[in-house]
Write a protein that binds this ligand. Sequence first.
Ligand code: ZN
Length: 940
Amino acid sequence: MKKLCVLLLSALTVATVVSSVQARGIASGREFDTFRLPNSTVPTHYTLRLDTDVHRGVFEYTGNVQIRINVLEATNQIVLHSLRNEISNLQLRNGAGLTVAVRNYELDEEKEFLVINVGTTLQPNSGTYTLEIDFTNSIDRTDQAGFYKSSYEDDEGVTRYLGLTQFESVDARTSFPCYDEPGIKTTYDIRIVCGIEYHARSNAPLLGIKLLEGGKKLSTFATTPRMQTYLVAWLVSDFVYEREVLTEPQLAIATWAKPSSAHLLSYSVDASKRFMRAMEEYFGQQYSMSKIDNVAIKDSDYAAGAMENWGLVTYREQAIFYDPAQGEQRQIGVVTIVGHEFTHQFFGNLLAPKWWSYLWLNEGFARLYQYYVGDISHPELNLRQRFITGPLQTALRADDSLTVRPMTYYIDTRQGISRLFDNIAYDKAACVLRMMNYALGERTFQKGLRYYVQQNKDRGVVEESNLFDALEQAAKEDAVLPISLSMHDIFGSWSNQPGVPLVKVRRDGNEYYFTQERYVANDPPPEPFTNAWWIPISFSTPSNTEFEKRPAFWMPPNVSEVMYEIDTAEGETVAFNPKSTGYYRVEYEEAMLRELIKGLNKDHTTFEASARARLLDDTLNLAHSRGHNYEMALQLFSYLQKETEYVPWMVAYDNLRDMQVRLRSNEKASGLLQAFVEKLASPMLEKFGANQQQGESASVQELRTIAIELACGASESCKAVAQSAVSSVARGARRHYSTTDSALLCSGLQQATGDQRKAFVGQISQTLVDKTVDDIFTKQNLKQSLSCAGSDMAKVESYAKLLFALEETDRTKALHRLLVESKVPLADVVESLQSELSLRNSNSVYRNKIPKVLLEVARYVTEPSEMQLLNAATAAYAPWIATEIEQQLKANRRWLDLNLEPLDSLSRVRGGGTARTTVLPPFEETGVAISSATGPLQAR
Ligand SMILES: [Zn+2]
């Protein structure tokens, strides 16, 4: 799923790459050899007053910050962060209120430090000093970071402005001078002056309002809990809100948005209420303030998906708006994003990471419990299964390269820190935490987390060893770990090493032998890896489910082979990692795999849905990484003709789409694959039909959508529905359009004539600018379907604009539609990106999206001419990812070299038959003729 929290904040222009202090006044000559503050002085409290005229469309603001400071080491310098603030006055006072002489102050532009040279040496334990700074700054910035402006159009068409903040990771310093490190926690008293008809909100509850002259007012907020700078937040707007006040204990929960969206807020308020109470109970900890606000910001003004500011959480509008016509899929979106940000109120906010190295202690927990507490607060949404199809799949793919980083990873530059917000911090960390949840048993793990919260909340700053200590205490008390094992060793083997393990298993009678190694999808290492893990091995057989979640044993690192006995009844097979609870892949020896495939084709329901998913994913990925065993992998996939469950199909879908990407430029192979895919998905399309039904679950809707995407072209009835969908849009028919509609439209567009496509594109171009169509999801789904209109799309929107406007998951889908389904030449897409970037390069929101878009495009690139184009675009617009791009291109080539021929051999077996005549391997109720040398999918 998409990044929910923050991300990629701007690499604000740090053009000057000089490491010495840029002196203003007398140079001190001091150079800082690190991006870390010296921390010889530390802040204990901030009083911040801001004065803004955003209500008048005036974007300059003035600020006054008073920072109470303690001295830890004798020093004549106070060093904190500041960027963009124009300082007009700076004073230092001692505990008695007397002025302490300041020689001068200087800015270190590279380090973003404000260095204050004091006339005397400040001594430790010499009482509290107060540093007071007056400054001016502007919210007129385009990087969607710091204190910045957004806007909306009111009913009269007048533009209304608002000001909001986005400080994570290192942009608090761009709005007021501060000690901007995540491990420094202090309290804040915030006061905001704004227009009388505007509301100011901040982290803490509003204490009072005082009217001022000139149509302005002063809002004073209560003192915040001790928190780090990146959580400080405020909003100055004329937004409206929907609020619910809970009692015992009192908690006001509200969602704020522009007035015309007031009818879309109820669901998010209700979801917030349910999630908050479930979370408080689960972790045995009460939320620490009497209010929490959600704020919806226009998508195009909000780069992150959402941000967990303590008490004032911000989101893209799209992420929390809900219209009852939208159904369960959108409910899942709202619950999981609210759940993610609310989980941060404990993990991240109450317990701050000591440094960015431990970002995974924030994001891993938030990613896990958005599903797992969400499953408690909203059991009807069945969220746990979505972890397997979401974060687990994402993590396994992100973690299979040679160059991936470990979870705990030190870096201190602005750009380096922004790159830590990746799938490792979010998805892998969530998978490893979830694995421990099952390995220790859920009750013990929960108890350990309660210890973790209670033992650390007063200090409020954590590193990984604090978590390991708490889990170990719970594990020892409940005797769920062998006495000789330590959580530090076990968990440390996962957090401090990169990569995902591959567990190989072979069988001799009832003895099973295990080895482990690091799994790498492409580019096997020049020499064997030394990585090894403490791996909880779980299994199930049809008659034994005792160890399906909790481990039968812990496989130690640095042991060449481990044997474990499993008694099975006659004809029974053993599935390892059957609940997908372990973060590892399994490779069965061939004889075992044959038995599993036979069993699956005979009666797939004897295996858990999650076990079927793992088997599909592990087997096909191993085939890809070695270029052999396709016979087995495709025989395995052929069971999908009988599959109608969510988890296996979503995982299979991921894999089939991935193959479509890789085989894109080979017409013959992609034709064969398409025929295979249609055969697999047609029974499901027949079962669910192309038309949506009222009141269906999200899972059924998603299954129908993928059945349409994969197999509509092979069904006359589906094609008819799809064509009529296209003509209904072309005629200008009005209604809500869902993601399923978007899939149908795509299929219809593929069959449409040139004139029909033009009429369709023309109509959509009107709908997209039509202000009376206020459903952003309809607009988005129609926009998505444009990517299926191929080159006709370019009449409405450039490829680049479409890709940059979409969030990650939608962008992935749109790119697939453009390049695979509509067969738009990749060169056209890259050229469109280049021409867009040449206009926009200075915009740092674009700067942050460029690497992601280029890396996404790189997955499709196989031809030398395409490689050249992409390399040139990378060199011009994102040279810092040149190595990553190079690796991806190399990996693509290697994949094709390894796999194209085995897959292409299918056509030779069929005597050069066209794609549509290809058939599946023989499929029999009693088993599959796997060894048949004449099977059409026989690999070489
Ligand atoms: Zn987050």
